[in-house]
Each structure stands twice: as structure tokens, then as C-alpha cells.
Design a protein around this ligand. Structure first.
Ligand SMILES: [Zn+2]
Length: 144
């Protein structure tokens, strides 16, 4: 594995497969790691860091750019991304940024999920609810 770097990780194997095919369609070679572990022990996925994709170091910048374009890299995968803003409940079906109604509620597995496995010994479904706009690709949360 000399010269190979981890570029992204996914909670579920099917997500990783999609990203792998996406990169391979742009002639970037991809190695998938921990896929079998995750399939057998699905609830452990977050604890071991999910299914990981590795690519050649020299292709890293190109691959990162592709993953961003393809929408694979979001705030849940990158730490330096801007903080998700909160809006009033009227924006559950309306994008606060562009006014589009082409929005969807997503559940993102949060950090607490991993903590629950470590502390309680079993996964407790702490899910962050994030709203996503398909037109401008922005994400936001609704104030509780
Ligand atoms: Zn929008």
C-alpha cells in the first residue's frame, strides 16, 4: 500500500461502492478497505471508521476535487467545512438560501453514535437532522 492514502470513508458499503465507481469512471484507481468487516458487523461501522477508500497519493488532489463535485464530500466528512446554519421551522420544505422547494431531510449519524458504542456497548441511534437543497446544494438545520 505504498503511496496510497485514505481519501474518504463511508458508514455503509453501498455508499462506498458508489463513490468508488464514480472515481473509477474518471480513471482513478481505488482500493476499498474494511468493507467485509462492516458488512458482517454493520453496527461497528462507525467505531472502526467505516468503509475506507484509498487512492494513489499522486491522484489525491484530483480525486478530492471530483468527490466535491460529485457531492460526496460534505460537512459530515470534512471538518473544515462551514458550520451549518439554523433556521425557523418554515424552512423544512423550503430552501432558506435560494427559495427552492426541491429539498430533503437527511439523517446524519453524529459523533454521539460512536460514543454510545464506546460508552454503552451498543449503538444508540443519535441522528442529526439536516436539510439539503438539491438546487443550490446548501445544507441547514431547523431550530428546536
Ligand atoms: Zn437552495
Amino acid at each position: 500500500m505504498d503511496g496510497w492514502v485514505e481519501i474518504i470513508s463511508f458508514t455503509y458499503p453501498h455508499e462506498a461502492h458508489l463513490a468508488k465507481m464514480f472515481l473509477e469512471s474518471s480513471d482513478i484507481e481505488v482500493i476499498m478497505k474494511d468493507e467485509l468487516t462492516v458488512q458482517v458487523h454493520n453496527f461497528l461501522s462507525n467505531a472502526i471508521g467505516g468503509v475506507k477508500l484509498f487512492i494513489e497519493n499522486s491522484k489525491k488532489d484530483e480525486a478530492l476535487l471530483l468527490l466535491k463535485k460529485g457531492g460526496y464530500i460534505e460537512s459530515s466528512h470534512t471538518k473544515d467545512e462551514a458550520k451549518i446554519e439554523e433556521f425557523e421551522s418554515e424552512y423544512e420544505t423550503l430552501c432558506p438560501y435560494c427559495g427552492s422547494e426541491n429539498v430533503q431531510k437527511k439523517s446524519v449519524v453524529g459523533y454521539a453514535f460512536v460514543l454510545s458504542i464506546i460508552c454503552l456497548g451498543f449503538p444508540f441511534p443519535f441522528l442529526k437532522k439536516v436539510y439539503h437543497c438539491y438546487d443550490c446544494r446548501k445544507e441547514w438545520k431547523i431550530k428546536q
